[in-house]
Each structure stands twice: as structure tokens, then as C-alpha cells.
Design a binder for this molecule. Structure first.
Ligand code: HEC
Ligand code: HEC
Length: 207
């Protein structure tokens, strides 16, 4: 009888625990630190690295990674599973001639079907692939004009801070199972501020 009681209590404790973790997961708004939070790091290069690492919470978030795949096809969801149905980047990253991205992806999120949207919806070119790379490798790559679409550091900052396709990641709509997609951490403005400060501290990459 004593054993039964103990198991009962244990069960209660465990369900309380799992309930609180579920609540925590659902409630969790992923935040971003601001450049000010790094002011205490006196070494400029170290500060720069720390700023990029913080910005990496956005860069390596599935909302961004799904569109920056290493292979021929974008991925979906928080687990970066293969895109369903199977689609390919095609000759110009807008899909196969017979099945373009915008056949399904419209100018904005389509809540009724759960298909995300933007007027320029397409997959990032292969030289901008981020999946399968470390944050340090992504950092070197985005600074490299040969692999970042010829962007200067200023253009790179503007792209991150203002581009509306990048901005979709903070307004990702609901998915096909009617669940809200998890947005990238913080806001695009906060992300832009981190990138701006990373650049002005010398754009050092994590090691
Ligand atoms: C036949 C329709 C169809 C075509 C064509 C299509 N998609 Fe999708 N795509 C979908 C649907 C439906 C979803 C939503 C899946 C979900 O919510 O689980 C989706 C989701 C995505 C996502 C996931 C977003 C996220 O973060 O979870 C990406 C990225 C994506 N598509 C990129 C593309 C690209 C790039 C192309 C063209 C190469 C393309 N899609 C072509 C139907 C399509
Ligand atoms: C719907 C697909 C899609 C999503 C989502 C997406 N990107 Fe991209 N990204 C692209 C495409 C396409 C390009 C190439 C555009 C160009 O060259 O003008 C690109 C290019 C870039 C570049 C240029 C340089 C480089 O090396 O990659 C950066 C930086 C970038 N994206 C950042 C992000 C960030 C940060 C996020 C998430 C907050 C994000 N992207 C989400 C499709 C996407």
C-alpha cells in the first residue's frame, strides 16, 4: 500500500513536471540580447564574436535554415525535414520549370492552407547554403562577396535588417497542421542592430 502511494505521488510529480515543461515550451518567447549587453567585453574582437554568436540564434533558426539548404531542395518545419511535396531548386532557384515555388507559395502567408508566402519566395542559391555548416563557417561565407551575392558589409547589414523576405521569419504564419510556426528570436530590428554592431566591431567570426 505504501509502495502504491509512493508510485502515485511519483506519477503526480512527473505529470506536474511534464506539464510545467509543456507550458514553458509553449510560453517561451525567444529573445535576443541587444548590443548594449555586450558592452562589458572590453576586447573588441571578442565582443564582435560574441555579437555574431548572439545573431546566430536567428541565422541558425529553422525559419532561416529551411530556405538555405545545402542540397537541391528546401526543407520544412522545426526539424528541417525534406519539403513535402518534393520540390527542387531548378535552373534559377525558383523551382522546376513545371513546378515553380509560386505555384503554391503566394504573395503572403495563406492561412487557410498553411502555405507560407512572399512575392519573392524562392530558395537561396547553393553558394549561400547554411545547412550542415558551423556558425563560424556561415560567418566566413556571408562576408565573402563571391558567396554572398556580391554584397558589401553595408548591403549585408541592410539585407539582414530590412529585407522583407528575411523579415518573413518573424511573421511565419500557421503551418498545415494549423499550428503557429515558431518565429525567429527577437525582432528583425534587434537582429539588425546586432549585425550592425558586429560589423562596426570588425565583423570577427566565432572560432
Ligand atoms: C506543391 C506545392 C508547393 C510547391 C511547388 C513549393 N512548396 Fe514550399 N511549402 C508547401 C507547403 C504546403 C508548405 C507548408 C508545410 C508545412 O506547414 O508543414 C511549404 C513550406 C515551405 C517551407 C518551410 C517554411 C518553414 O520554415 O517551415 C519552405 C522553406 C519552402 N516551402 C520553400 C519552397 C521553395 C523554395 C519552393 C520552390 C523551389 C517551394 N517551397 C515549392 C508547398 C509547396
Ligand atoms: C523563403 C526563403 C528564404 C528565407 C525564409 C530566408 N532566406 Fe535568406 N535568402 C534567400 C534567397 C533567395 C537569397 C538570395 C537573394 C538575393 O541574392 O537577393 C537569400 C540570401 C540571404 C543572404 C545573403 C547573403 C548570404 O550569404 O546568404 C542573407 C544574409 C540571408 N539570406 C539571411 C537570411 C536570414 C537571416 C533569414 C532568416 C531570418 C533568411 N535569410 C531567411 C531566401 C530565404
Amino acid at each position: 500500500m505504501f509502495k502504491g502511494l509512493r508510485q502515485g505521488l511519483l506519477g503526480l510529480l512527473l505529470s506536474a513536471l511534464s506539464l510545467s515543461t509543456t507550458l514553458a515550451a509553449a510560453d517561451q518567447v525567444q529573445t535576443l540580447k541587444s548590443p548594449r549587453d555586450f558592452a562589458g567585453i572590453s576586447d573588441k574582437t571578442e565582443r564582435s564574436r560574441a555579437l555574431f554568436t548572439e545573431a546566430g540564434k536567428v541565422i541558425q533558426h529553422p525559419r532561416c535554415m529551411n530556405c538555405h539548404p545545402k542540397g537541391d531542395s528546401p526543407t520544412q518545419g522545426l526539424d528541417l525535414h525534406p519539403h513535402l511535396p518534393h520540390v527542387v531548386r531548378g535552373p534559377d532557384n525558383h523551382g522546376a520549370t513545371a513546378l515553380q515555388c509560386n505555384t503554391c507559395h503566394q504573395a503572403q502567408n495563406f492561412e487557410a492552407s498553411g502555405v507560407p508566402g512572399h512575392p519573392l519566395w524562392h530558395v537561396a542559391p547553393i553558394e549561400m547554403a547554411w545547412q550542415g555548416q558551423s556558425l563560424a563557417q556561415i560567418c566566413e561565407q556571408i562576408k565573402d562577396k563571391k558567396r554572398n551575392g556580391g554584397k558589401s558589409m553595408k548591403q549585408l547589414e541592410d539585407h539582414m535588417a530590412k529585407d522583407s523576405l528575411v523579415g518573413w521569419a518573424w511573421n511565419p504564419g500557421i503551418d498545415i497542421s494549423r499550428q503557429p510556426r515558431e518565429p525567429a528570436p527577437g525582432t528583425q530590428a534587434q537582429f539588425g542592430a546586432l549585425i550592425g554592431e558586429w560589423i562596426s566591431t570588425g565583423a570577427a567570426c566565432p572560432v
